[in-house]
Design a binder for this molecule. Structure first.
Ligand code: SF4
Length: 376
């Protein structure tokens, strides 16, 4: 029987160490890959990325317990984002000073080879123990981004795009094919809805540990009060499993999250995010509220953005992704943002901003353009 442990933190090193011991974890290889979530230029402790403190504590616990030759901390940030800048913003370069055995790896520079599940996989994974280290977050489209979805950061940017083009929720189960030996979730500081302008922040002060990413995600749902059946990709993966899992340390939810948002509203602006990549709608948000990507906006600026939007003559709909339900569902000005929306939705008289993803500057320019009355 598998196990998932939810543990309140005493000290990070002690808590993570006790999880390794209780799970009876034994790495298969002497070389380890840690895959945290460092998706963009965000700070540790923000609840948006895996806190460097959690990674540091795991490295220390691993080096104390096992004979390990090398530890690679590997990530590929958002499509078109610079992973090295993400590592720097989150304070990850300090990890290399812990031990000469620790190296940061920007997977955007890595070599990839054909995997056996429709996507290419980084060659560096071969003959190494893969440890998945997500941060626990809600996600506006899929509901949850935790252990399974964090593995998307192992993909080449072209396959990250493909997963969105093929259909995000239907294709995330592909990620269950990665051979993960251990999952350690940063559930210290967490966010209800990643990507929303004002996502609620919680201090859970927990570590979740287990062997199976899907079972760990199920525990994350219980902790956040999310109905696991509403997380489509997770439900698909769990339906294919027979083994029972023992859940240790769960004494009730710490919150009641409602993370899914199909339409982000900011005054008279609406961003339709159904089935798009986060990078695409993040750039829409950056166009409307500069500083969004680095989380450097202020409440005063946000209030001004909303108030100024009410001076607009009509609603402004930014559409990203290619979901057909978006056709004709808007009133006012329509801006198709990104190649998916431009090529697949073809809404007449909409303003088009090409790019994959389109830049925030190009979207901002389009927001200032006038449009003729839409006929359909
Ligand atoms: S256009 Fe946007 S939604 Fe489409 S693949 Fe590119 S980044 Fe993703």
């Amino acid at each position: 029987m598998g196990k998932v442990i939810i543990r309140k933190i005493t000290t990070l090193k002690e808590t993570i160490g006790s999880c390794l011991d209780e799970l009876g974890f034994k790495p298969k290889y002497r070389e380890i890959i840690l895959k945290p979530n460092v998706l963009s230029y965000l700070k540790s402790g923000s609840g948006f990325i895996t806190d460097v403190k959690v990674v540091r504590a795991l490295i220390q616990a691993l080096l104390e317990r096992y004979e390990i030759d090398r530890i690679f901390v590997a990530e590929s940030s958002y499509i078109n984002a610079d992973t090295k800048k993400s590592f720097a913003a989150a304070g990850y370069y300090a990890l290399e000073k812990l031990s000469p055995k620790v190296t940061l790896v920007d997977l955007k520079d890595a070599e990839y080879e054909d995997g056996n599940f429709n996507v290419r996989i980084p060659k560096i994974l071969k003959d190494k123990t893969l440890i998945d280290m997500p941060v626990l977050k809600g996600h506006p489209q899929t509901g949850l981004t935790c252990a399974l979805k964090n593995l998307k950061g192992l993909l080449h940017d072209s396959d990250k795009r493909n997963i969105h083009k093929w259909g995000l929720e239907e294709h995330l189960p592909l990620l269950a094919n990665f051979k993960v030996e251990l999952v350690i979730v940063d559930a210290t500081t967490v966010r209800e809805t990643f990507g929303k302008p004002f996502p609620r922040k919680f201090s859970f002060n927990r570590i979740i540990a287990g062997f199976d990413p899907a079972e760990v995600d199920k525990a994350a749902c219980l902790l956040t009060g999310i109905d696991v059946d509403t997380i489509k990709y997770l439900k698909t993966v769990l339906e294919g499993k027979n083994e029972e899992t023992e859940l240790i340390g769960f004494s009730g939810p710490l919150a009641k999250w409602k993370p899914v948002v199909r339409l982000l509203k900011i005054g008279k602006y609406g961003i339709n995010i159904t089935s798009s990549c986060s990078r695409c709608w993040d750039n829409c948000l950056e166009a409307i509220r500069p500083g969004h990507i680095k989380r450097e906006t202020s409440i005063i600026n946000d209030v001004l953005t909303v108030l100024n939007s009410f001076l607009l003559p009509e609603n402004v709909n930014l559409i990203v992704g290619s979901h057909k339900e978006l056709i004709g569902a808007q009133d006012g000005k329509v801006v198709l943002c990104g190649d998916c929306a431009v090529n697949k939705l073809g809404i007449k008289n909409a303003i088009e901003v090409r790019g994959c993803p389109p830049t925030a500057e190009a979207i901002r320019k389009a927001l200032k353009e006038k449009h003729t009355d839409r006929k359909s």
